[in-house]
Design a protein. Structure first.
Length: 269
């Protein structure tokens, strides 16, 4: 008798965004655990479609967003996509696409809660800032360390949004010093509502979502929209700055170094 064939190797888990609704509360989960929940293009597109669906569903009264695995909220974007960039115009198109993914989350007429365990970095920080409230584990960290990793930049809308929520000094620490800031420090400036032990997070998120869903939905919708219109007004055009950054040799160096797992050698060109 011939030996039996070995069992097939398990296929790698697909990076995905999970969506469910329970008792009027939407649950959105970023599930790419092998990459600390880094967002692929397909995940960004799925987040956008989920938010558009929620906006059309009047029975949903609040939404909770979190990362799978309990170790990371979202650690950024999938870096491999940048290896195909050939000019600064690719960066302008990319940042515009990112803004288009985040807009439906910002524009949701219902209150949203980001539940942050571990890292909320890059795109993760942006997603968290698009939510109305953030709760986090005591050791959660937040930042945009692109001055240390990739050498790219953010859109003017993204920078303005982070600055409104975090303040100029904190955003400069994140963008210029590439610092990752602890959640307990961000409680002090109001960005994080409260921190909890890991085993308290589920109950805390549920309690906050339940409270929010019990309040006047039209008041919440109008209040959110008014605030967001104020924050978005009079944004300047910064395409020339984005083109300069994404078109630089430093950006190409940063992407290649990141993918090769080595430190980049910045030249300022």
């Amino acid at each position: 008798m011939s030996p039996s064939a070995p069992p097939p190797s398990p296929s790698p888990k697909v990076a995905q965004v999970l969506f469910s609704v329970e008792n009027g509360i939407a649950h959105i989960t970023f599930d790419h655990v092998a990459a600390r929940n880094a967002m692929t293009v397909a995940m960004y597109e799925r987040l956008r479609s989920i938010c558009l669906e929620i906006a059309e569903t009047s029975s949903i009264r609040a939404a909770v967003l979190r990362g799978a695995g309990g170790k990371s909220f979202v650690s950024g974007s999938d870096i491999a996509q940048f290896s195909g960039f050939t000019s600064g115009d690719d960066g302008i198109a990319y940042e515009a696409s990112i803004d288009s993914y985040f807009a439906p989350l910002i524009d949701l007429p219902i209150p949203t809660i980001a539940v942050i365990e571990g890292l909320a970095v890059g795109g993760g920080l942006a997603i968290a800032s698009c939510c109305d409230f953030r709760i986090a584990t005591h050791d959660a960290r937040f930042g945009v360390p692109i001055a240390r990793t990739l050498g790219n930049c953010l859109s003017v809308g993204n920078v303005a949004w982070l600055t409104h929520h975090l303040g100029v000094s904190m955003v400069k620490r994140m963008l210029l010093l590439a610092e990752l800031v602890n959640a307990t420090e961000l409680v002090a400036n109001g960005f994080v509502l409260k921190t909890y032990a890991p085993d308290e997070m589920d109950a805390a998120a549920q309690a906050l979502a339940t409270k929010l869903s019990s309040l006047a939905p039209v008041t919440q919708k109008v209040s959110k929209a008014t605030i967001h219109r104020i924050l978005r007004s009079q944004l300047p055009n910064c395409d020339n700055l984005i083109r300069e950054c994404y078109g630089s040799n430093d950006f190409k160096t940063g992407v290649n170094a990141f993918l090769d797992g080595i430190p980049p050698n910045w030249q300022g060109k």
